[in-house]
Each structure stands twice: as C-alpha cells, then as structure tokens.
Design a protein. Sequence first.
Lengths: 421, 256
Amino acid sequence: MLHSVLTRVEGEGEVVLKTEDGRIVGVEVRISEAPRFFEYLVRGRLYTEVPDLVSRICGLCGVSYVITACRAFESCLGVEVPEDEDRLRMAVLAAERVKSHVIHVAYLNLPDLIGLGSLSELFESYAHVFQKASKVVLWARRAMGVLGGRFHNVVNVRVGGVYSFPSVERVKALRRDLDEVLREFLDLATFILGLKSISEEVHRLRYMAVAGSGGYSWVGDGVVLDDGTYIEVGSFENYVLTEQVSYSNALRYRLPTGEPYLVGPLARFNTYLRYLREEVRELLEGFGWYRSLRGVQQSVVARIAETYQTLLELRDFLEDYRERTVEGTVRPGRVRGPCVAVTEAPRGVLYHRYLLDGNLRVRSSNIITPTAQNLACMEYLIGSKLYGSSFDGRALELAKNLVRCFDPCISCSVHVARLGT
Amino acid sequence: MRKVSVAIVKLTSCSGCINEFLYAVASNPELLRRVALVYATEFQDLNTLEEVDVALVEGSVATQHQEELVKSLRGRARLVVALGACATFGGIQAARAGEDLRRVILSSYPNPDFVSVLPEVKSLDRVVRVDVRLPGCPVNGDSLARLLVKVIYGGGEAPIVENVCSECKRAGVQCVMVSRGVPCLGPVTFGGCGAICPSFGRGCYGCYGLNTALVDAERLAKFLEVLERLGMSRDDVDALLKSFSYSALARIQTRG
C-alpha cells in the first residue's frame, strides 16, 4: 500500500493505492481533514444568522453557502427578494466564481499542464502568466469587496436581499478597470487553451447540474442529470444514495443505480454549452473546444469558459448598475415545510436543507457539498485507470492529478454531513 | 539575498486565511522573491517541514494529531503566527466546546465510531507559545502582507489595541447603534477589518474577536445589557462570542 498527501488542492486529504503482488487493486481518497460539525453549530440559531455561519464552511466558496442558505429560507418563509437586490447578490456570487476558478486554473492546475510542481516555480518561470492571473484575481477580490464587503465571508447578503447598495462611483470604477482585466484574462485563456497537454482522454461519467430556467444557470429549483432526468429540489436528498466509509471524514453520494456522478464546471458546461455567449463560443472555437467535454482533465476548459461567461455577465451588471435604497426588514410568513435550495457553487451542486421550529430557529439541517458528491467519482476514475497496472511513482502522480482536476474543496466536504433526523 | 523561509500549516479551518496569503503575494509579487515557501500543501508538491523562519498557522486544534503537529512545529519555527480567528481564538467550531461529544458527532455522522476528534477545540496558544496573532475571520490580507514585509526587513511586533469603533470613526461611518439602534459588537471587538459591517449598514458580529486588551468581564457584562435593551437576546450574543472569541472569553472570565 502506498499513499501520498494530496497537494495543490484545498484542505487535507490523501490518496491511497492498495497493491497485491505489485499490482494496484484498490484506491481510496481519504479525507483526513478534521470535521467542524456545522449541523450542530447552527442548531438553535435564528434563521437570519445562519448565512453568516455557514459562510465559514468554505474559504473559497463561502458566498455560495450564504446564497444557498438565504434561498432556502426565502422559499420556506415566502420571502420575496426585490429584483435589484437579487441581481446584486448574484453579482457577488459571480465574482466569487471568477476568484475560485482563476485560483484553480492558474495557481493549482496550470503547473501540471506545464510540468511544474508549485506556485513559486510558476512565478519564477512564467512570471507574465502569473501576473495576468493575479490581475484577474485581484479585480475579483475588489469586486467582492465593493459589492459584498470582502473577499471571503461577505457581509452584504441577507435573507430577503442585501444590506445596502454600494455607491455608483465605486461600481463605475470597477467597470472601468474591467476592460483591462478582460484583456489580461483573454491572454491567460489563450495561453492555457493553446496548451497541447490538456488531455483528450475520455471518461465515461454520469453528471448532474442545477436545472435553471433558461440560459447558463447558476441557480434553480432542481437538478438535471446527463440523460435529462429532472429531480426537484425537495426530493434531492432522498434521490441520492449516501454512504459513510471508515477512511473518510466526508460522506459520499451516488445515483440510485449505485453509479458515481460528477458535479461542477464540466457537468454545467456540457448541460448548458448552447447557452454560452457568442464571445465565449468564439474563444473556444478558436481552439477546437466548442464541444462536449469528455474527460475530467478537460475541466480546465470549462473553468475558463465559465470565467469568461461570468466576467461578461458582471460587465452587464456593472453597466446597468443604479444605486437603490434597500427595501428593508423581512417579514417572514409561516414556515411552509423544510427550507431547501440548490445552487451551483464553483465546484458544483450545493444543497442545503433546514428545519425550523416555531420561533424560526434551526432544529436540524443537512448540507451536501459538491466535493462530497464527487468523491465516489474520483475513486471510480482512478480505479478504472489504474486497476491491474503495476505500481510506481507515476501511478501515484496520475492519481493525484486526477483528484486535482476535480478542484476538490476538502474543508467543505467534511464540515457538513447528513443528519439522521 | 537570503530568503525568509515560510511554512503554511493548516489545522481545523476553511483555508480562507491561507487564501489571504495568496492575495498578499499576488498583490505584492516582490514577496515571492524574498520568501521561500518550504511547506504549503495547497500550493506545492515538494514539502519538507524542517527548520523555518515563519510558520503561518491557520485553524484550531481539534485532533490529537494536530496537537502533536503543532508542538513539533514550535520547536522548528523561529516565529509562530496564529493566522485568523480559528488559530487565535478557536474559531466557529469552538462553539461545540463543552457539549456532549457523542451527541455532536451524531448530529453530523451516521456512524460516530469512524470519527475521532478531541472533546475540546483549542486555540493555538493553548498548545504552544505564539509569537504573533493576526485575528479576523478571515484575517486581513493587507495585515498579513505587512507582517511578511516586516519579517523580511527584521521589524518587530506592533500589537493592536483598537476596537471596531476606532475604524468607524476613521472611515467616517455613522454609528449604526447610536443612529439607528442596530445592535453592534464593534465596541468590544478588535479592529483590523476596516469596519466592514457598519459601512454596509449592519452591526458588527464580532468576527475579529473579543478585544481583551480593552474589555474585562465587568465591562463586557455591562455592554451585554446594552445589546439586550436593543433587542438582541443573551443566548444569541453568547453564541456569537463563543463562535468568534472562545478562548478570549475564557481568559477574561478567569481573570474575573
């Protein structure tokens, strides 16, 4: 048995290859990160406080947690979100997607594609690429700051909308700088899409994305599988199979058939390819990538396409922006059943469910994260590549690279799990 | 030019503060020329945790393994930096401290036997001596960048003794508590964030931690009465303080 710590991923995990007579016979993706028990931490707390608490689950995609929790409570309490406030918080979610994708594409994944092992080497050998990526990340950080308050654990999103609208001057300044950021991004995208090292390997995978109501969707009321099967959000938790294994602090999920499935950029890309904007389609066509993606190593293409799509969506938002007054206090109705929602976090389908008591305090909750849903898929994929082959260091590197292509967010995956009740 | 060697060690946490390191170097690439990243699993493959100048530690100690790791790290690091709320005060996960562990585990996992954690959640200084504390959930990336610059040029520590109110005054933000009666933890919370919440019109919820340099048990008790009069229940304030200031709360309570 040989194992190696997962590197250039968020959080603590290991990949373990089990061998018999020098042949690989088993794969385990171990999640060693210590659990934080968020289901316990939100118990007894008022629904209005929950978004700020669950934001702490993830240092890369906290906004996705905030938005999902807000949408869950809004649906079960019959709270209407004014359209302008909803657009503002969707813009915060968009800026987070840019940050998360570019960090993965440029700082964590790119070293694999050009044969380097670290961020520092990237900085030394490809300073221009590093700097272009940094410009995009720094702009996304500023956008999150202006629209949401900060880069992580944003403070401007609440159940029912936002706390305040930023000043027009600050928003216009973001818009002004976006043109240069788009140019830097396109240089970065052109460099990466032109790399011959993006694998053409085909993986037979099932996949799932949030089912939106038109366009390349980030929110919706259910999920859709690759074969078109639609699962309404209220049935999601009972639809997927849940398993706990002894070597992982994260639960794992499968389709009712027992098959593993993929969530994230690749699943969204294949589901919504036809809805990509013309500019994005043209960029992809230039490199022969305007087509369904067939293997997880091509997820980088989906991340680049989504980043471009998102930057263009943000440009529209900033162009149209007008300062408003916040509509004010939320008047929740009576609790109508469990509070559930799904959102596309950068890494895929994120599901929240809360049960509230009569005082609108949380009685129980369940959060199913994208990375937890991808774990079974990671093992299946590594296994299908490596079972029966002889063990060597290359096999281990390959396994680690495959895991990295999923952009796992390990902290998220262990911080939440299924609740018995 | 000798580089300053840096290790980034993650304990129980979300990586949000580690990503502030990424921001610090992205906005100031000179840092990458002067810093040798010798250990950082999020950013590189080759990792040897030997002697280092600076250990940036994110997260709180929640397992036996983490406790041992931190102790061995202390012996090898010249400067140990508690990075963010979890390392400084215990973090949000410390809100489970003192509760029945089996019940806590069962709230999240069908099979509790597969999960092994300490009954307590400890801030870094409960386990080893800490040289610098940078609080915040997340830590302010500019403060981290300035700290790294300071270490590179051999500067010393400059402890923060301000509260969020000072930040509001400097930024010209109208006091949400005085002008609109919004409960705000700013008066008892460490500054360093730039008064983000009040500038968006909401009260501070204390994510930079209880400012033990300015607040003792008696002052805190008086202030909690004010919050209660503004409509914030005692349980809710306690939960926030436990979530973001666990070890500080314990400290001022024992000091009396």
